[in-house]
Design a binder for this molecule. Structure first.
Ligand code: PMP
Length: 366
């Protein structure tokens, strides 16, 4: 008997608009092959682990004091990484960091969305965009992609001009479909948007397209580029997301962020991980090559994979995707049913994991 267990969720004075909603919930199952949450399959190298441990140990001596509320040193390191990887002169005042890019997105919605405001996204896309919108009481305006999951950016820009959302989400590469928006087509969307445009670049390191960071100078009042260390950086467990934007946008987010939101341990661990960026990011090329191998093999097996610019592949077609998902699971391979009819999504793993996935693919019902 757990105390309080006689009270059900229905009996609580919950906000009416949250009644009947489901939380974000990728299953966390203990299965040999886990290819369901787009993590980097390579654990951090020993030198990184040692550096994180040492950095955290050093911070432990001052845990009686609050952390740097503005995480200045970490933001400087992130700015340096962005400057080197994009060629844009990003400085610390252009960068903000939080516990995962989900928290970044939530802060953006808190500052620029909210009751009476709206956010628009091109679906299917990252399921947290509408969930965070709902949590901040921002109206969600879904716009469908083409049948092949690509984005008709001209039509999209026209719709944005008509519906005038306060925030537009552009996910590139798009999760769960994998394709990027050609860099040249972003301007049209930025021109049409009356408010903020969030380019969610969680998978940018895997992409063949230049980063939208290059457009911040042109659209300083509109553009926010959101990034994460959860994917290419192999730091999902460390929870570190960040954004690049004009300094005034960073000032706006300071109005809604909780004080001391990034613990000393998080800041120290992320900085240590960034010192090993070259080693962790070496996995990107390996994963992209594996992705191309998996796509070829899926084609060979008669599946229809969607072209991907990320570390995952959406593929089909299945008569009953949830049943096929279960069949993969029975074969010891956890992939993702993202709710797109006839399709499932697989994260690219190590060559051995991908082989196990491809073997299971021969067995599953179509
Ligand atoms: N954006 C996209 C498109 C994602 O796929 C994810 C993770 N699945 C995130 C943001 C959030 O990642 P995190 O909070 O770990 O940074």
């Amino acid at each position: 008997m757990t105390i309080g267990e006689e009270i059900t969720l229905d009996a609580l004075p919950l906000r009416e608009d949250l009644r009947g909603k489901s939380p974000y919930g990728a299953p966390q199952l203990d299965v040999p092959i886990r290819l369901n949450t787009n993590e980097n399959p390579y654990p951090p190298p020993d030198a990184l682990v040692a550096d994180v441990a040492e950095a955290v140990r050093a911070e432990a001596a001052s845990l009686h004091r609050y952390p740097d509320r503005d995480a200045v040193a970490l933001r400087q390191d992130l700015a340096d990484y962005l400057a080197v990887s994009t060629g844009v002169l990003v400085s610390e005042s252009n960068v903000w960091a939080a516990n995962g890019s989900n928290e970044i997105l939530q802060q953006v919605l808190q500052a620029f969305g909210g009751p009476g405001r709206s956010a628009l996204g091109f679906e299917p896309s990252y399921s947290m965009h509408p969930i965070i919108s709902a949590g901040t009481r921002t109206d969600w305006l879904p716009v469908p992609r083409r049948d092949d999951f690509s984005l008709d950016t001209e039509k999209a820009a026209a719709l944005v001009g008509e519906r005038r959302p306060d925030i537009v989400f552009v996910t590139s590469p798009n999760n769960p479909t994998g394709g990027s928006i050609p860099f040249g087509e972003l301007r049209g969307l930025l021109e049409a948007a009356p408010g903020i445009v969030v380019v969610d670049e969680a998978y940018a390191e895997f992409s063949s397209q230049p980063s939208a960071v290059e457009l911040i100078e042109e659209y300083p009042a509109k553009l926010i580029v959101s990034r994460t260390m959860s994917k290419a950086f192999a730091f999902a467990g460390g929870r570190l997301g960040y954004l690049a934007a004009a300094p005034a946008i960073v000032d706006a987010l300071q109005l809604v962020r909780l004080p001391y939101h990034l613990s000393k341990l998080t800041q120290a661990a992320a900085r240590a991980a960034l010192r090993h960026a070259d080693a962790t990011l070496a996995s990107v090329a390996k994963l992209a090559a594996e992705r191309d191998r998996v796509v070829e093999a899926l084609l060979g097996l008669g599946f229809t994979p969607v072209p991907s610019d990320a570390n995952f592949v959406l593929f089909g077609r299945f008569a009953d995707a949830p049943a096929t998902w279960k069949s993969y699971l029975d074969n010891g391979v956890l992939i993702r049913d993202v709710g797109i009819e006839g399709h499932l999504r697989v994260t690219i793993g190590t060559p051995e994991e991908n082989d196990a996935f491809l073997e299971a693919s021969k067995e599953v019902p179509r």
